[in-house]
Each structure stands twice: as structure tokens, then as C-alpha cells.
Design a protein around this ligand. Structure first.
Ligand code: IPE
Ligand code: IPE
Ligand code: MG
Length: 241
């Protein structure tokens, strides 16, 4: 993949809540996993479009800490899909120049999946065209709780002075510590909620809620949403002339 001319005032970091797979399948009288499979196929298309639009960081929400509440069949099907997806896409991603990272709590994930995740991070570690972050067993509140645990340990061990805890040091404990904050957060499927995604990181992001279900979210729609972002005025609390 080659980087294209970035769109003017385009977002550098786009985060996506890929929602609506279940409804997409239901509308076709098929099981929910059919929708998840169709949704997974869209990810490659969106990944490929990013460099053309000047998007350097793409973060996608694949499985939340709350998604364990679904049926055992759906959860097991999703875990198996993640394993198959990584196995199938690993070489393509590496050759496309994509650097892959995972955020979320790996402890509850099965060992085989975690090994595949580690390997994918490793084989793409020298890539820099697009930074793809996959949120898997991720929840913002869980992330903040885990971060606070590590921070508290550092304080208890004398490695961190409580007076030095501030807006610059605290994010270093989050899973996203190497990433810039998202500029644009997109949620598909028409729901206008965040569902525990990147709460700290998206404090000043622009949000776009689109009605399209994730398996129908294609390259053109993505480009349209990214271009629309360029027309927004971000103020960060200040007053612009
Ligand atoms: C998003 O689609 C994928 C995951 C949460 C894993 P959903 O499965 O939530 O689809 P809907 O919202 O039920 O349509
Ligand atoms: C958010 O979608 C999580 C992912 C897209 C992975 P959900 O479908 O789980 O969110 P709710 O339940 O509608 O809030
Ligand atoms: Mg949903």
C-alpha cells in the first residue's frame, strides 16, 4: 500500500466502533456469526483505504469486556473468528506495511489466541505505513482500573511520586500509551453511544454516528466520513477568531 495525498485537515487517528453485525445477519435470516464473518471481511477494505486518506492510526473495537455476556456459542464463535482472521491476514498486513497492536486485557483470552496476537505484533513491529490497533477484550473502565493498579504499585514501590500524577503521566499507564488520541470516532449501526470505548483518549475527539451496519460500511462511506471531518472546527475549549 502507498500513502496517498492526505485529505486537507484530515484526521490522523480514526477509531471505529464496528457495530451492527448481528442485525445485518438477522435481516438475512442468518445466525449472528454470519454477520461477524461479513464484518471481519470489511476490516481489510478499511485498512487499505486509510493510507489513501492520510489516516496514520486506525483503532477498531472488536470485542468489549462486556461482550462476554453474550451466549457461549457467539463468544466461542467470535474467538474462533479472531484466531482465523489473524492467521489469514498476518502476512498480508505485514506485507502492506501495517503495524498491528492489540489493546485490552489478554488474561481472559485463550492462550492460542494470545500467542497469535503476540506473533502478529512481533512480525509487524518494524512497519510504519499504518498503525492498526485492535481492541480485543477491551473496556475503558477496565483499562483505567488496570492502569491505576500499576500506578499504585509504582507509588508503593517509591518509583512514582503522587505529586507527579497528572494529565501527562497518567496516560502512560493506559494500554494506548504509545498512540496519539483519536481525532475522529466513528460508530456504525445507528446507535449513538460509546459503549466503554477509549473514554479518556476520546475526550476531545469528533464523533460520527452513521446508520449503516458494519458489514455494509465500505470504502466510499469511510472516505465520505473522513472528508466530512475536515470541515469541522475543533476548539479544545478555546475561542477561535
Ligand atoms: C458488533 O456487532 C460486533 C461485536 C460487538 C463483537 P454486534 O454483534 O453488536 O451487532 P448488533 O449490534 O447486535 O447488530
Ligand atoms: C460495542 O458494541 C462493542 C464492539 C463493537 C466490539 P456492542 O454492541 O457490544 O455495544 P452495546 O451493547 O450496543 O452498547
Ligand atoms: Mg451491537
Amino acid at each position: 500500500m502507498k500513502p496517498g495525498p492526505p485529505c486537507r485537515n484530515g484526521p490522523s487517528h480514526v477509531a471505529i466502533i464496528m457495530d451492527g453485525n448481528g442485525r445485518w445477519a438477522q435481516a438475512r435470516g442468518r445466525p449472528r456469526l454470519y454477520g461477524h464473518n461479513a464484518g471481519a471481511r470489511r476490516v481489510r477494505e478499511i485498512v487499505e483505504t486509510c493510507p489513501e486518506l492520510g489516516v496514520k492510526y486506525l483503532t477498531v473495537f472488536a470485542f468489549s469486556t462486556e461482550n462476554w455476556k453474550r451466549t457461549q456459542t457467539e463468544v466461542a464463535g467470535l474467538m474462533s473468528l479472531f484466531r482465523r482472521y489473524i492467521t489469514r491476514e498476518a502476512r498480508v498486513l505485514r506485507d502492506q506495511g501495517v503495524r498491528v497492536r492489540f489493546i485490552g486485557d489478554r488474561l481472559r483470552l485463550d492462550k492460542k489466541l494470545v500467542t497469535l496476537m503476540d506473533e502478529l505484533e512481533e512480525i509487524t513491529a518494524n512497519n510504519d505505513l499504518l498503525h492498526l490497533t485492535v481492541a480485543l477484550n477491551y473496556g475503558s473502565r477496565d483499562e483505567v482500573a488496570r492502569a491505576t493498579q500499576r500506578l499504585a504499585r509504582d507509588v508503593a514501590a517509591g518509583r512514582l511520586n503522587p505529586d507527579d500524577v497528572n494529565e501527562e503521566t497518567l496516560p502512560k499507564y493506559l494500554d494506548t500509551y504509545v498512540l496519539p488520541d483519536p481525532d475522529l470516532v466513528i460508530r456504525t449501526s445507528g446507535e449513538a453511544r460509546i459503549s466503554n470505548f477509549l473514554l479518556w483518549q476520546s475526550a476531545y475527539a469528533e464523533y460520527e454516528f452513521v446508520d449503516t451496519l458494519w458489514p455494509d460500511f465500505n470504502r466510499d462511506l469511510f472516505a465520505r466520513v473522513v472528508r466530512a471531518y475536515g470541515r469541522r472546527e475543533r476548539r479544545f475549549g478555546a475561542v477561535t477568531a
